[in-house]
Design a protein around this ligand. Structure first.
Ligand code: ATR
Length: 281
């Protein structure tokens, strides 16, 4: 171990796009913690060596982003249940010399909805998730843990929808985007977990005819904050939740482990992140 204040980092390739330094540096300053949080641009072939060198470099842990989440899972001495279920780690920390890993995306997703739309679960009957990538995996697992009877995964590529629906166990149902009109009238919550709607990508282009007034609509995309899907749902009078809160809330457990203070997601932090999105969308 080197002496000095604890250091944490975000590991990615590339890492420039990560907003984790903005979040954690805000908390370090807010809570007066003597520590550091830095981006670490690490190539896939260097990832294992970098992580094994944490202790020697005075690093107490870090966040893991694309493309390293599965590699991080393979490296840990112990995976929290969230990470074991998903086969992916986004938060690493050292404990008594051992490398531990968790996946906090599901926690972030649920906390964002709990904060943004109280009672969003409705009857916990049907949740619809559009998409079957890495983000969808965490969301589907979290919705099943929250107790939804059916977690319906609709995706362009059917084989991926089936694999992701399996993460919800008996609650999982897989289908194509064509099945949306059939499920929509039964949904308590509708989540976009595809990359569509993000600035520079195509639009999602789904119709919301048949959506009940009480259904909460959430988009994981947060650039822009108000996607076409959210605008469409809002125009119908539905409650909507943007994706920024998931990013902010998923960061909480890591900061607490590395620096010993449980940080709060405040309007001030959100405003900082919004300003950052506006200046470098
Ligand atoms: P992430 O890690 O952010 O979830 P990802 O793993 O690349 O990103 O997943 C992107 C998701 O958006 C997938 O569900 C993808 O559908 P496929 O599984 O069929 O590839 C979906 N997606 C991306 N571009 C799409 C498009 N043009 N039309 C429909 N779905 C799209």
């Amino acid at each position: 171990m080197t002496g000095g204040p604890p250091r944490a980092c975000v590991l990615g390739w590339p890492v420039r796009q990560s907003r984790s330094p903005l979040i954690h540096r805000h908390w370090l300053a807010t809570y007066g913690v003597d520590g550091a949080y830095d981006p670490a641009e690490v190539r896939p072939e260097d990832f294992a060596a970098f992580v094994r060198g944490f202790a020697a470099s005075g690093i107490v842990g870090g966040n893991v982003t694309v493309p390293h989440k599965e590699a991080a899972f393979a490296l840990v001495d112990e995976a929290a249940p969230s990470a074991a279920a998903l086969g992916a780690v986004n938060t690493l920390w050292l404990e008594s010399g051992r490398l531990l890993g968790a996946n906090t995306d599901g926690i972030g997703f649920l906390a964002n909805l709990d904060e943004g739309a109280r009672g969003w679960e409705g009857e916990r009957s049907v949740a619809i998730v559009l998409g079957a990538g890495g983000a969808a995996r965490a969301v589907v697992h979290a919705l099943a843990e929250r107790g939804f009877d059916k977690v319906v995964v609709l995706n362009r590529t059917a084989s991926k929808a089936e694999a992701v629906a399996a993460l919800a166990g008996r609650a999982g149902v897989a289908g194509g985007v064509d099945d949306l009109p059939r499920w929509l009238p039964r949904a308590d919550v509708l989540v976009n977990a595809t990359s569509l709607g993000m600035a520079g990508k195509g639009t999602l282009g789904v119709g919301l005819a048949g959506l009940r007034g009480g259904t909460v609509v959430n988009d994981l995309v947060y650039v822009p904050l108000e996607t076409e899907l959210l605008a469409q749902a809002r125009a119908r009078g539905n409650r909507v939740v943007d994706g920024l809160g998931m990013l902010l809330h998923q960061a909480v457990p890591g900061f607490e482990r590395w620096f010993g203070v449980r940080p709060a997601v405040t309007p001030e932090l959100r405003a900082l992140a919004v300003a950052d999105i506006e200046t470098r969308a």
